[in-house]
Design a protein around this ligand. Sequence first.
Ligand code: 5GP
Length: 191
Amino acid sequence: MQTGKLIVFAGPSGVGKGTLLRSLLDKHPDLYLSISATTRPPRPGEINGHHYYFVSRDRFETMVAEGQLLEWAEFAGNYYGTPRQPVERAIAEGKFVVLEIELEGARQVRKTFPEGMQIFILPPSEEELERRIRARGQDSEAAIARRLQRAKAEIAAADEFDLKIINDDFDRAIAALEAALFAVVPAGRVQ
Ligand code: 5GP
Protein backbone atom coordinates (compact mmCIF):
# COMPACT_ATOMS: atom_id res chain seq x y z
CA MET A 1 0.00 0.00 0.00
CA GLN A 2 1.12 3.54 -0.68
CA THR A 3 2.44 5.16 2.47
CA GLY A 4 1.10 8.53 3.46
CA LYS A 5 2.92 11.76 3.81
CA LEU A 6 2.97 14.45 6.45
CA ILE A 7 2.90 18.02 5.19
CA VAL A 8 3.36 20.98 7.52
CA PHE A 9 1.91 24.27 6.44
CA ALA A 10 3.24 27.21 8.41
CA GLY A 11 3.41 30.96 7.98
CA PRO A 12 2.38 33.99 9.97
CA SER A 13 -1.17 34.53 11.09
CA GLY A 14 -3.05 36.44 8.38
CA VAL A 15 -0.87 35.28 5.49
CA GLY A 16 -3.78 33.46 3.86
CA LYS A 17 -2.75 29.86 4.69
CA GLY A 18 -6.35 28.90 5.38
CA THR A 19 -7.64 30.17 2.04
CA LEU A 20 -4.85 28.42 0.12
CA LEU A 21 -5.50 25.23 2.04
CA ARG A 22 -9.25 25.28 1.47
CA SER A 23 -8.68 25.64 -2.25
CA LEU A 24 -6.20 22.74 -2.26
CA LEU A 25 -8.56 20.53 -0.24
CA ASP A 26 -11.44 21.26 -2.63
CA LYS A 27 -9.34 20.27 -5.61
CA HIS A 28 -7.64 17.27 -4.00
CA PRO A 29 -9.94 15.14 -1.87
CA ASP A 30 -7.01 12.81 -1.18
CA LEU A 31 -5.57 15.47 1.15
CA TYR A 32 -6.54 15.13 4.81
CA LEU A 33 -6.52 18.24 7.01
CA SER A 34 -5.80 17.60 10.67
CA ILE A 35 -8.21 19.33 13.06
CA SER A 36 -6.39 20.92 15.98
CA ALA A 37 -7.46 21.34 19.57
CA THR A 38 -7.33 24.87 20.95
CA THR A 39 -8.21 26.83 24.07
CA ARG A 40 -8.97 29.91 21.95
CA PRO A 41 -12.67 30.79 21.96
CA PRO A 42 -14.46 30.18 18.65
CA ARG A 43 -14.70 33.12 16.25
CA PRO A 44 -18.10 33.85 14.72
CA GLY A 45 -18.95 31.07 12.29
CA GLU A 46 -16.38 28.60 13.60
CA ILE A 47 -17.76 25.15 14.33
CA ASN A 48 -16.50 22.77 17.01
CA GLY A 49 -15.05 19.62 15.42
CA HIS A 50 -14.78 21.29 12.02
CA HIS A 51 -12.49 24.29 12.36
CA TYR A 52 -11.05 23.26 15.72
CA TYR A 53 -11.88 21.20 18.77
CA PHE A 54 -12.52 24.00 21.25
CA VAL A 55 -11.46 22.79 24.69
CA SER A 56 -10.82 24.21 28.16
CA ARG A 57 -7.29 24.74 29.46
CA ASP A 58 -7.79 21.85 31.87
CA ARG A 59 -8.81 19.51 29.09
CA PHE A 60 -5.88 20.65 26.95
CA GLU A 61 -3.43 20.07 29.77
CA THR A 62 -4.81 16.55 30.24
CA MET A 63 -4.32 15.86 26.52
CA VAL A 64 -0.69 17.00 26.84
CA ALA A 65 -0.10 14.93 29.99
CA GLU A 66 -1.56 11.82 28.34
CA GLY A 67 0.58 12.21 25.23
CA GLN A 68 -2.46 12.65 23.01
CA LEU A 69 -0.88 15.49 21.04
CA LEU A 70 1.69 15.11 18.29
CA GLU A 71 2.85 18.66 18.95
CA TRP A 72 1.51 21.68 20.75
CA ALA A 73 2.38 25.32 21.40
CA GLU A 74 1.13 28.45 23.04
CA PHE A 75 0.20 31.18 20.59
CA ALA A 76 -1.06 34.68 21.47
CA GLY A 77 -2.18 33.52 24.91
CA ASN A 78 -3.89 30.27 23.88
CA TYR A 79 -2.86 26.64 23.47
CA TYR A 80 -3.02 24.87 20.12
CA GLY A 81 -2.18 21.22 19.44
CA THR A 82 -2.49 18.40 16.92
CA PRO A 83 -4.33 15.26 18.07
CA ARG A 84 -1.95 12.39 17.40
CA GLN A 85 -4.24 9.45 16.66
CA PRO A 86 -6.16 10.72 13.60
CA VAL A 87 -2.89 11.85 11.97
CA GLU A 88 -1.14 8.52 12.52
CA ARG A 89 -4.19 6.62 11.28
CA ALA A 90 -4.51 8.71 8.10
CA ILE A 91 -0.81 8.31 7.30
CA ALA A 92 -1.11 4.54 7.80
CA GLU A 93 -4.02 4.62 5.34
CA GLY A 94 -1.74 6.23 2.75
CA LYS A 95 -3.22 9.72 2.93
CA PHE A 96 -1.43 13.05 2.57
CA VAL A 97 -1.98 14.67 5.95
CA VAL A 98 -1.72 18.44 6.23
CA LEU A 99 -1.03 20.24 9.52
CA GLU A 100 -1.66 23.98 9.53
CA ILE A 101 0.41 25.05 12.53
CA GLU A 102 2.68 27.79 13.86
CA LEU A 103 6.47 27.81 14.06
CA GLU A 104 7.09 26.06 17.41
CA GLY A 105 4.81 23.19 16.42
CA ALA A 106 6.51 22.91 13.03
CA ARG A 107 9.86 22.61 14.81
CA GLN A 108 8.55 19.79 17.02
CA VAL A 109 7.17 17.92 14.01
CA ARG A 110 10.51 18.31 12.22
CA LYS A 111 12.05 16.22 15.01
CA THR A 112 9.38 13.52 15.16
CA PHE A 113 8.67 13.35 11.40
CA PRO A 114 11.94 14.39 9.72
CA GLU A 115 10.69 12.87 6.45
CA GLY A 116 7.68 15.21 6.40
CA MET A 117 7.57 18.15 4.02
CA GLN A 118 7.63 21.60 5.60
CA ILE A 119 6.20 24.52 3.66
CA PHE A 120 6.25 28.16 4.76
CA ILE A 121 3.85 30.72 3.29
CA LEU A 122 5.19 34.28 3.18
CA PRO A 123 3.23 37.52 2.77
CA PRO A 124 4.23 39.87 -0.08
CA SER A 125 5.39 42.33 2.63
CA GLU A 126 4.98 42.99 6.37
CA GLU A 127 2.75 46.00 5.58
CA GLU A 128 0.41 43.81 3.54
CA LEU A 129 0.31 41.24 6.34
CA GLU A 130 -0.72 43.90 8.87
CA ARG A 131 -3.41 45.11 6.48
CA ARG A 132 -4.77 41.55 6.13
CA ILE A 133 -4.78 40.91 9.89
CA ARG A 134 -6.67 44.16 10.48
CA ALA A 135 -9.06 43.55 7.58
CA ARG A 136 -10.16 40.33 9.22
CA GLY A 137 -11.66 42.52 11.94
CA GLN A 138 -12.00 39.61 14.34
CA ASP A 139 -9.29 40.34 16.87
CA SER A 140 -8.87 42.97 19.58
CA GLU A 141 -6.14 45.59 19.24
CA ALA A 142 -4.05 43.73 21.84
CA ALA A 143 -4.48 40.43 19.99
CA ILE A 144 -3.53 42.11 16.70
CA ALA A 145 -0.36 43.51 18.30
CA ARG A 146 0.57 40.05 19.65
CA ARG A 147 -0.08 38.44 16.28
CA LEU A 148 2.02 41.03 14.43
CA GLN A 149 4.93 40.61 16.81
CA ARG A 150 4.77 36.85 16.47
CA ALA A 151 4.45 37.15 12.67
CA LYS A 152 7.77 38.99 12.48
CA ALA A 153 9.49 36.28 14.54
CA GLU A 154 7.99 33.56 12.34
CA ILE A 155 9.04 35.26 9.09
CA ALA A 156 12.59 35.47 10.43
CA ALA A 157 12.59 31.65 10.66
CA ALA A 158 11.30 31.01 7.13
CA ASP A 159 14.68 29.66 5.97
CA GLU A 160 14.26 26.62 8.25
CA PHE A 161 11.59 25.32 5.87
CA ASP A 162 11.95 23.01 2.86
CA LEU A 163 9.97 25.33 0.66
CA LYS A 164 8.93 29.01 0.84
CA ILE A 165 6.01 30.29 -1.16
CA ILE A 166 5.02 33.96 -1.37
CA ASN A 167 1.26 34.42 -1.30
CA ASP A 168 1.04 37.41 -3.64
CA ASP A 169 -0.73 35.85 -6.59
CA PHE A 170 -3.25 33.21 -5.47
CA ASP A 171 -3.15 31.03 -8.62
CA ARG A 172 0.62 31.07 -8.73
CA ALA A 173 0.84 30.09 -5.06
CA ILE A 174 -1.58 27.20 -5.60
CA ALA A 175 0.37 25.98 -8.64
CA ALA A 176 3.63 26.06 -6.65
CA LEU A 177 2.01 24.11 -3.81
CA GLU A 178 0.58 21.49 -6.14
CA ALA A 179 3.95 21.06 -7.83
CA ALA A 180 5.59 20.47 -4.44
CA LEU A 181 2.93 18.17 -3.03
CA PHE A 182 2.31 16.02 -6.04
CA ALA A 183 5.81 16.27 -7.55
CA VAL A 184 4.43 17.28 -10.93
CA VAL A 185 6.64 15.90 -13.68
CA PRO A 186 6.99 18.23 -16.67
CA ALA A 187 5.19 16.87 -19.75
CA GLY A 188 7.33 14.64 -21.90
CA ARG A 189 9.70 13.60 -19.13
CA VAL A 190 9.66 9.94 -18.21
CA GLN A 191 10.29 9.05 -14.61
P1 5GP B 1 -5.84 31.10 14.75
O1 5GP B 1 -6.14 31.52 16.15
O2 5GP B 1 -5.66 32.28 13.84
O3 5GP B 1 -6.84 30.10 14.21
O4 5GP B 1 -4.44 30.33 14.76
C1 5GP B 1 -3.33 30.94 15.32
C2 5GP B 1 -2.07 30.17 14.92
O5 5GP B 1 -2.11 28.88 15.52
C3 5GP B 1 -1.93 29.95 13.42
O6 5GP B 1 -0.59 30.29 13.04
C4 5GP B 1 -2.19 28.50 13.24
O7 5GP B 1 -1.45 27.96 12.16
C5 5GP B 1 -1.68 27.94 14.56
N1 5GP B 1 -2.22 26.62 14.90
C6 5GP B 1 -3.45 26.13 14.63
N2 5GP B 1 -3.56 24.87 15.06
C7 5GP B 1 -2.36 24.54 15.60
C8 5GP B 1 -1.85 23.34 16.21
O8 5GP B 1 -2.48 22.31 16.31
N3 5GP B 1 -0.56 23.40 16.65
C9 5GP B 1 0.21 24.51 16.53
N4 5GP B 1 1.46 24.43 16.98
N5 5GP B 1 -0.24 25.64 15.96
C10 5GP B 1 -1.51 25.66 15.50
